[in-house]
Design a protein around this ligand. Structure first.
Ligand code: ADP
Length: 168
């Protein structure tokens, strides 16, 4: 059974993340989505809220596990008896950061490989921060996130879809 761990903050999960997961499931028997906190980012949603949104957005997929990531990623991956870290690649801007991480992890543990999956072209510029910013200013995030995420963002920033359309 080939398993990959897909770590990230998923704050919140976007269609870009889902696209990466769907592509990974064509290669791996199982994908573990490990929800952690990036120390450089202050999350909008709690870990539990983020996990719940991922659960609902992936319920059309089999062989997906959603888990909380704590501690060092390499230790977590080993604990799961796995040797693949999966990351998504968007624009070139991701490259330097991901390259440094992947090589650093390889230096610490040569048995663990980082694999990158490129997203669909239409999601290349999509990230969770842009989505949060759009939602904060009542922009329409519908094309970029699963339905449940749109709903939770509207609740978080306390407006209604009706209100939003009146604003426009
Ligand atoms: P992190 O804070 O750890 O980067 P993110 O939730 O922002 O966590 O992203 C998790 C992974 O998903 C990263 O590898 C990131 O590059 C990738 N990713 C995020 N958005 C997209 C997207 N639109 N298309 C492809 N990969 C993406």
């Amino acid at each position: 059974m080939k398993t990959a761990v897909y770590p990230g903050s998923f704050d919140p999960v976007t269609n870009g993340h889902i696209d990466v997961i769907e592509r990974a499931l064509k290669i791996f028997d199982k994908v573990i989505i490990a929800v952690g906190d990036n120390p450089e980012k202050k999350p909008l949603f709690s870990t539990q809220e983020r996990m719940d949104m991922i659960k609902e957005s992936t319920n059309h997929l089999k062989n997906v596990e959603i888990d909380k990531l704590s501690g060092l990623l390499l230790n977590y991956v080993k604990k799961k008896n796995c040797n693949i870290i999966l990351r998504g690649l968007r624009a070139i801007s991701d490259f330097e950061f991901e390259f440094q991480r992947a090589l650093m992890n390889r230096k610490i543990d040569n048995e663990i490989e980082t694999l990158f999956i490129m997203t669909k072209e239409s999601y290349v510029y999509l990230n969770s921060s842009i989505v949060k910013e759009m939602a904060m200013f009542r922009g329409n995030v519908n094309p970029f996130v699963p339905k449940i995420v749109e709903k939770r963002l509207i609740e978080k920033f306390k407006y209604s879809k009706r209100h939003k359309s009146l604003d426009n």
